[in-house]
Design a protein around this ligand. Sequence first.
Ligand SMILES: [Zn+2]
Length: 359
Amino acid sequence: MYNFVSKGGVVLKEVFPKIIGNSELCERLAKSLLSEDPDLPHAYIIEGAYGTGKRTLAIELAKALVCENRTSPSASALPCDNCRSCRNIAKGICPDVIEIGTDGKASVGVDAIRDLRRDIHIYPNDLDRKIYIINDAHTMTAQAQNALLLTLEEPPAYAFILLLCENSALLLETIKSRAPTIRMKPLSPEETERAMLASDPSLETKKRSDPALFDDIIMSANGSAGLASDLLSGKEAARIAEMRRASEKFCILASNPAKSSALLIHLTEVCTQSRETAKDQLESFSLAVRDLTLLKRDSDAPLRFFSDRERATDLSDSFSLRRLLLISDALLEAISALERNMNTRLTLISMLSRFGMLN
Ligand SMILES: [Zn+2]
């Protein structure tokens, strides 16, 4: 969201009220949209990890561009979400906002782009713009990208094309040179929670029934509200909660050299089912140790593992910085050993001996 403020400090308009986080890019787009004649290019690449709000931004951008109250001084928000254009786009029934995607296949094929190329030359029905949203644009085949390029070179004046992609490196340079890239940043844990609850208010009940699991999942989702929602509704939830409990126990045991045999037993319990489990678990340990290391330097550091800062600070205080760095190195080395298919048990033992927890 971006607050457009008058000289007297009064908020005149909230632009993109539904967009959570990403305030710099909201500000950039808002400034352009608020002008009489929006000077947006004909196409944008919206890049961001799965579940970071690319489609939400595309829909909000489409609404803002055609909102009947776009320049009205009386509308307190852009998009207003009240006019006919905003409402129809929100309901997915606006004939001039067209979404294409993989259609259940592995990639966006050339046929979908050929349809777009034919359709784009037909004047808009309802609005004065015609807006295309290409979901999973990073999966476009080379043939599809080349076909799209022809359109990007000479789009009709009313056309606006949004390419949603997880990785713009998979797009042709020629496409990238014709469509500036908007990058969605991963959300902070607080923003992730707000985005999840905004897109599915029923998650509030899940949060109330198991707040610890809810926090755990948010912290594991690395700033992706979509991933957090998926994790919360799937079987993964229990596994993640267990893995995180195991990581916290790892930190508690590792802070006390007298607990070395308990630590070995713990590692044997949680890491020896399969090499994949062991690797995931070591990565989770590593994320927890990273938080504890950051807290040594800055008590306000953004945390990626611990949802309870006070608890994390106490744990961090039980280590010296040197010891945390040693453990962190040993973990990274063990993860890389497992990637090279080294024996899991031997890897764990050598890791423990590296930070002096083996006797
Ligand atoms: Zn509107």
